[in-house]
Ligand binder design. Structure first.
Ligand SMILES: [Zn+2]
Length: 99
């Protein structure tokens, strides 16, 4: 057996009131009942006249209400795609998320 190299989540030492950035395997923050599990979602962003739909985005999805939680890197990429669409004044842009 390999040694335990300390890969367990260390983030429980300090009690924070809300831990939105650590949504993995947590109770859903929206409905308070569901558990989140890894899945694929479609993210829709809207700013002014531009609507951006990003498909195949990896996320943690609530099994009760369907709310999804993106991690930091995924959020940054999705927002970058949105910024790009706004910049070239797309009305509606449908994209596929590429990790
Ligand atoms: Zn939920």
């Amino acid at each position: 057996m390999p040694l335990d190299l300390g890969l367990k989540a260390p983030s429980r030492q300090t009690a924070k009131p809300i831990m939105m950035e650590d949504a993995r395997n947590m109770k859903c923050a929206i409905c308070k009942h569901g558990d989140t599990a890894p899945g694929i979602v479609t993210v829709t962003l809207q700013r002014d006249e531009t609507v951006v739909v990003v498909k195949d985005v990896p996320a943690d999805v609530c099994d009760q209400c369907g709310e999804y939680y993106l991690d930091e890197a995924t959020t940054a990429k999705v927002l970058a795609l949105g910024e790009d669409a706004v910049r070239h004044r797309a009305e509606v842009e449908v994209l596929r998320f590429v990790a």
